[in-house]
Write a protein that binds this ligand. Structure first.
Ligand code: HEM
Length: 372
């Protein structure tokens, strides 16, 4: 059984250890905010919080405190000596073995909390993007974990969050920070993928055959270099998509099916540089208004992305060069046409491709994973 340790994080001014969410955090309209939901999400005003961690998780947790954007640097410096002593208590073997994974009961409870979050904040799209950007750094040509990238939770570290492709994802981390704190027995890697799969399902998408038990990368030094995620406007979009997704071990069918995730969400010029500041579909929200969506009902997961990309008939809807490529490239087009005509076929292939994506590069404990 794992040795356990208690870390007491105590600030003296009662402000706890978290920075306020940035202004651009996706927010629900106040009229929809219920007292119950708000009270669930509100932080305890206690100035003292005790976190109990298994020995195997404590080192990675302590390291993540150093670079997590969720923690203010001043509060961290006050805690540096305590974190250092936690580091000393657990030798590097514990860290390199990385045996920590997630608790099945906590995963189930966290899933319910994620559903509540989705119902109140309408943040399905950004949670899907969070899971994808953690997993999508995987390089099948690198054997070592976590250097190979993928679904290992490394996106929680500042250095990776600051990659240009991840613009805006700090908002996703802020949205789930309370859930992460509540369930210390769940890894970041699992929480990102749980949030993403739950968002797809809750938006009306297919049930994703997920497994859990992903081990977390330990520190910022484990983050992949910038540039592993796809560009939206490369010189040759189809070639670029193949280069990036083949490196992940995915194929043409996966590329087209996964592109269908853009049925959800919006692009914001102030984040990615793509899309209009607002359209008739986004100016009222829900959530923070603005941006340009790919589909009119951008909180509903269906096959409308393929229909809209094929028609390109509405200037208020976005078509990135990489989206257009799925109807221009002859191999991609077979799948894109099929999904535009047959939502069941899309859902079936999407569920398989999403599960594959969520497992990329992951180290599971137990090796067969945990099904909840
Ligand atoms: C095929 C290559 C892809 C490219 C070039 C691409 C590019 C982009 C860009 C530029 C944005 C806008 C970000 C912003 O301004 O906030 C975006 C958003 C999004 N992407 Fe992708 N993406 C790709 C694949 C995927 C995949 C595979 C998924 C999931 C399986 C995905 C899910 C999403 C979602 C849900 C959003 C909306 C986020 C929001 O509304 O906050 N994308 N993507």
């Amino acid at each position: 059984m794992a040795e356990r340790v208690s870390i007491t994080l105590n600030n003296n001014n009662g402000s706890f250890l978290l920075s306020p969410p940035p202004k651009s955090t996706t927010t629900m309209s106040s009229s929809l905010r219920t007292t119950t939901a708000a009270s669930r999400l509100l932080r305890s005003s206690s100035s003292r919080s005790t976190l109990t961690l298994s020995a195997s998780t404590s080192l990675s947790f302590a390291r993540s405190l150093v670079s997590s954007p969720l923690l203010s640097s001043s509060s961290f410096s006050q805690k540096r000596s305590r974190v250092a002593s936690v580091n000393r208590s657990f030798n590097s073997t514990a860290a390199t073995k990385c045996s920590a994974s997630s608790d099945p009961d906590q995963l189930k409870n966290a899933r319910e909390d994620i559903k509540e979050l989705l119902n109140t904040k309408f943040c399905h799209p950004i949670l899907v993007r969070l899971g994808w950007h953690d997993a999508g750094t995987y390089n099948k040509n690198i054997k070592e974990w976590p250097q190979r990238g993928g679904a290992n939770g490394s996106l929680r570290f500042d250095i990776e969050l600051k990659h240009a492709a991840n613009a805006g994802l700090v908002n996703a981390l802020n949205l789930i920070k309370d859930i992460k704190e509540k369930y210390s027995g769940i890894t970041y890697a699992d929480l990102f993928q749980l949030a993403s799969a739950t968002a797809i399902e809750e938006a009306g998408g297919p049930k994703i055959p997920m497994k859990y038990g992903r081990v977390d990368a330990s520190g910022p030094e484990d983050c992949p270099e910038e540039g592993r995620l796809p560009d939206a406007g490369p010189p040759s979009p189809a070639n670029h998509l193949r280069e990036v997704f083949y490196r992940m071990g995915l194929d043409d069918k996966d590329i087209v099916a996964l592109s269908g995730a853009h049925t959800l969400g919006r692009s914001r010029p102030e984040r990615s540089g793509w899309g209009k500041p607002e359209t008739k579909y986004t100016k009222e929200g829900p959530g923070a208004p603005g941006g340009q969506s790919w589909t009119p009902e951008w909180l509903k997961f269906d096959n409308s992305y393929f229909k809209e990309i094929k028609e390109k008939r509405d200037e208020d809807l976005l078509v990135l060069p990489t989206d257009a490529a799925i109807f221009e490239d002859s191999s991609f087009k077979v799948y894109a046409e099929k999904y535009a005509a047959d939502q069941d076929a899309f859902f079936k292939d999407y569920a398989v491709a999403h599960a594959k994506l969520s497992n990329l590069g992951a180290q599971f404990n137990p090796p067969e994973g945990i099904v909840i």
